[in-house]
Design a binder for this molecule. Structure first.
Ligand code: ATP
Length: 227
């Protein structure tokens, strides 16, 4: 079943249009990578689907029209966002960061601690004292505590050391195996390839290419991703 369904999505920052027609669907249990060079509209698309900015076109989630909802309602409907720049609560403990987000469902502290054991070790520490990688794990854990039907990861491994990136991608792979639907945005094609079922590429605010990971040939990567 289609969970997220965006069709012809448009959006603007003031008078400057940023999205001109984005088509993007994520089915239940599917992992879709949203790709494209810098400034092509990936984060803007995420802002539209999480209702942080107004958008035109079709934006449906689980059969509901997202445009009728406020951003907290979108979260309640089951969209879990790990935003770019991992915004955790620096003054709250790690445990509090997780429990304030909690909503009923299978994901709780035990599951998050199992996924990222370091969060159990650091449970009583202030969020702000964690390393960048640990904060990113906390941001993912917090999104999971909301028991989302779709987890959106916007640049979840940006600026992290390779060993930490590997841990996070391993965890993302386990979420995928557990059947969670994922929308992935990341600069690393190699790491996303291991998890994604499908990719959608944006160019200047439009979805211009969609396909399976094995169809992302060197030519496609050079044309749309600059790699
Ligand atoms: P990146 O990989 O650099 O994060 P992106 O694909 O996520 O890029 P967006 O951040 O969605 O791209 O940007 C799409 C367009 O919207 C760009 O032209 C960008 O300059 C513009 N834009 C993004 N955020 C804002 C903002 N807050 N105000 C005005 N323009 C913005």
């Amino acid at each position: 079943m289609t969970l997220l369904d965006l069709r012809g999505v448009t959006a603007a920052y003031g008078h400057v249009q940023a999205l001109f027609g984005v088509d993007l669907a994520v089915a239940e249990g599917e992992a879709v990578a949203l790709m494209g060079r810098n400034g092509m509209g990936k984060t803007t698309t995420v802002r539209c689907l999480t209702r942080m900015m107004p958008a035109g076109g079709v934006l449906d989630f689980a059969g509901r029209d997202l445009r009728a909802l406020a951003s907290h309602d979108a979260a309640r409907l089951g969209i879990g966002l790990v935003p770019e720049g991992r915004r955790i609560f620096a003054g709250l403990t790690v445990r509090e960061n997780l429990t304030v987000a909690a909503r009923r469902g299978p994901w709780g502290l035990a599951g998050v601690h199992d996924l990222f054991p370091v969060l159990a070790e650091r449970a009583g520490q202030a969020g702000g004292t964690l390393s960048g990688g640990e904060q990113q794990m906390l941001a993912i854990g917090r999104a999971l505590m909301t028991n989302p039907r779709l987890l959106v990861l916007d640049e979840a491994t940006e600026g992290l050391a390779p060993v930490i990136r590997a841990q996070i991608w391993d965890a993302v792979g386990r979420l995928k195996a557990a059947g969670l639907a994922l929308l992935l945005i990341d600069k690393s094609l190699a790491e996303m390839r291991s998890v994604m079922d499908r990719a959608v590429i944006l160019e200047r605010g439009r979805s211009v290419w969609a396909g399976a990971p094995e169809e992302i040939t060197g030519q496609v990567a050079a044309r749309y991703l600059g790699v």
